[in-house]
Design a protein around this ligand. Sequence first.
Ligand code: NAP
Ligand code: MG
Length: 400
Amino acid sequence: MSKIQMKTPLVELDGDEMTRVLWPLIKEKIIEPFVDLKTKYFDLGMKKRDETDDQITIDAANAIKKYGVGVKNATITPNQERVEEYDLKKQWKSPNGTIRAMLDGTVFRKPILVNNIEPAVKSWKKPIVVGRHAYGDVYKNAEIKAKTGGKAEIVFTDAQGNETRETIMELPGPGIIQGMHNTDASISSFARACFEYSLDEKIDCWFATKDTISKKYDQTFKIIFEDIFEKEYTEKFNTAGISFFYTLIDDVVARMMKAEGGILWACKNYDGDVMSDMVASAFGSLAMMSSVLVSPHGYYEYEAAHGTVQRHYYKHLKGEKTSTNAVALIFAWTGALKKRGELDNLPALISFADKLEKVVIDTIEDGYMTGDLAAICEPPAKQVLDSIQFLDELAQRLKK
Ligand code: NAP
Ligand code: MG
């Protein structure tokens, strides 16, 4: 059998721990036998980031800018414990944060549904996609820990040197202060990315902020979304038979619990961070959530929504078998291959990725799955597979 050819390489960003163990096995067992895989490889493992003073992360983001499509493994965001565990020079920043700041854009997280796993929320029948603004707010902030009381202010100096000042608080004693920002340009591209996604998928778009409390910051998000919608999308949405709905963040949470799904939930950066894990878990498992960063400049980065599955990795290091679910990692690869296929006009590559996704779903629906899914599936699993057995099962079915 001749392998499917690629034109442009994918930018491949490797990561850490258990997902680093699975990454080459996914390629070896279920992609490379069928595709003549071309990638530009960047090792974003903790050791390499430390060795290169995190330059490798910047290089990888620049490569995504050059080639257009990246596929990223989960990576450790070091905290103090990790600094000791890996003997790091410093507590390096989150690679995802660095990459998102360089590419800008919106992260779309979509649950991967199978018919033998019921969502924890009874009313949910269709996917709820979380569209997370991937720029600014608390992820690019400045913080001060005030050791004594004093006056906390924010100051803005414009291009002409004029200052605008606001008192935040006369602190009566020690406390904490935070400053953050966003830009009209980034919020506008967030809005457009969400509206385009809704149109593509023919699903309603819901957006929420806390504009009643944050009368300038959050209200700017609301106004930009409403303006862009009115001027550019009202007719397109009407034609597609879908709608845009704005409300307050607490109201949207309450409504989401009673909704049927089939919604793009556009979230500010922090809301999206928190809500996407809730949505993923309620749909079944963190390992059944796909994720793609869509940049306004036409770059795409596909990844799994979960982390490096540290607890499983420590078991793996002791020589124990783990039942780590590779589905979201596989969907990161299929998403990236499909996008490459679209951009390079390679129908065979797109069709292979579609087939691989279907094989994954069919395998689980036939009752063969990893432990995280077996714990919640109905009817009960026929066989609970370990990480490698699951990949082997997929490989066997793909060959057929
Ligand atoms: P995690 O890797 O998301 O795992 C948390 C728990 O969720 C696991 O212990 C496991 O539960 C379950 N789980 C997640 N993915 C699974 C999978 N594929 N198969 C089966 N179960 C799965 O989060 P963490 O262990 O708290 O974080 C580890 C590291 O990941 C941290 O250093 C963090 O910085 C990093 N992280 C990276 C990213 C990213 O790169 N995108 C995102 C989040 C976190 P059980 O233990 O109960 O089986
Ligand atoms: Mg998170």
